[in-house]
Design a protein around this ligand. Structure first.
Ligand code: SAM
Length: 387
């Protein structure tokens, strides 16, 4: 075993050195209890979001897939609140108990359970406690747990969802994407953003089916996982408004990279690409913003005050502040340049040139080669040609 520190938490975990891949990185799934050092960013942002949303208010949270307990421990130490820490695996339970003791977190503050997560969440529905926050951090897809997560939530609450099934979400497995997320894949130059949008669409639809409006507050991808925070509101009217306004389709021209959102398939009839091809359609997906820009500003400022956060957490929040304001999917500048036969300009030069043409642009955390703009690809192409 080894002792490590993450955030304000001390943690006992199995010796990570024994679970290295040939390239030297850790394979958490081989460990007797799951601990992924790359998920520090996910946990840093969770703490920052909770501090921003709830301030010093005492919250009640559930961590139904807790692993070593690190997430609950960090929430308890770095935000404060009372929580339920649960895992079905006896090895995980052993580490959770040990780690709570190590951090002086007494059973009155964090309550340890060992139930199947869906059973736990469904049972918690009948306790009469309104939970403020539920964290869904599964292996792979959150789909097996999504329906249960909405049930114990209070009237207004927060959920944090991880998805590590990035292959189907980024359309590498057409059939699996259709089966799991009811989404018909089309290859685009913005597949990482597409993955976030189809994950959000799926969760919003399941929430709406259960009379809850789930609005994304903050969305990102880091290494091999997506993480989305949703504010949830028990309201049939608001749930209807969200799916009515924010679910739609994306049209896409693969030879010119033009794209756009439409609400209904009827709107596609009159669309043509600049080269007169017909665009392909993909959906149904989330076409509204991936987060609330003002909220992300506050999360960034909160994170900035916390000295122990990982530099990547701050870097991603820094980018999200700008890119979340631009709703159009990012454009791969390298691809567009090769289509129009131009050399890649430096990003700073391109952003400045776009600004001269009244177009706002932002780099994106989704892809270092991508750029988000508040205009269409036709205008971007013209600016690229003018440089
Ligand atoms: N949240 C942890 C963290 O931040 O380090 C990591 C959680 S790990 C990805 C997923 C955990 O869910 C594993 O510890 C596994 O034992 C547990 N698990 C998987 N299926 C479960 C189920 N149906 N019910 C309860 N726990 C489950």
């Amino acid at each position: 075993e080894q002792l490590i520190q993450e955030g304000l938490a001390k943690l006992v975990i199995p010796r990570m050195d024994e679970y290295r891949r040939p390239d030297g990185s850790i394979e958490p799934a081989w460990m007797p209890v799951f601990y992924n050092p790359q998920a520090i960013v996910s946990r840093d942002v969770t703490v920052s979001v909770l501090r921003t949303l709830y301030g010093s208010r005492n919250i009640f949270f559930v961590d139904p897939l807790a692993g070593t307990g690190i997430r609950s421990i960090r929430i308890a130490l770095e935000k404060g609140g009372e929580g339920i820490v649960n895992d079905i695996d006896p090895h995980a339970l052993y580490y959770i108990r040990k780690n709570l003791q190590l951090n002086n977190l007494h059973p009155g503050k964090l309550h340890v359970y060992s139930q199947e997560a869906n059973i736990l969440l469904n049972n918690l529905t009948f306790t009469g406690i309104s939970f403020d926050y539920i964290d869904l951090d599964p292996y792979g897809s959150p789909v097996p747990f999504v329906d249960s997560v909405f049930k114990p939530l209070g009237k207004r609450a927060l959920i944090g969802v991880t998805a590590t099934d990035t292959a189907p979400l980024t359309c590498s497995h057409y059939r699996k994407t259709l089966r799991r997320y009811w989404f018909t894949c089309v290859h685009t130059d913005f597949e990482k953003e597409m993955g976030a949008r189809l994950l959000i669409a799926y969760i919003v639809k399941r929430a709406s089916a259960l009379d809850i409006a789930a609005r994304p507050l903050l969305t990102f991808i880091y290494k091999h996982y997506y993480r989305v925070f949703f504010e949830t509101l028990r309201s049939t009217g608001e749930a209807y408004r969200l799916i009515n306004e924010c679910l739609g389709y994306i049209w896409y021209c693969s030879s010119t990279l033009e794209r756009g959102y439409i609400k209904s398939l009827d709107e596609a009839r009159d669309l043509t690409c600049i080269n007169n091809e017909k665009p392909v359609l993909t959906g149904e997906t989330w076409i509204c913003s991936l987060g609330e820009a003002e909220f992300i500003d506050k999360v960034f400022n909160e994170a900035d005050k916390i000295s122990w956060l990982h530099k990547d957490s701050k870097r991603i929040l820094g980018l999200l502040r700008y890119e979340t304001r631009l709703n159009n999917p990012y454009v791969r500048i390298d691809k567009l340049c090769s289509i129009i036969g131009r050399n890649m300009p430096k990003y700073e030069i391109l952003i400045e040139a776009l600004k001269q043409h009244g177009i706002i642009a932002s780099r994106t955390h989704f892809d270092p080669r991508g750029l988000k703009i508040d205009s269409d690809v036709k205008a971007l192409t013209e600016v690229l040609k003018s440089i």
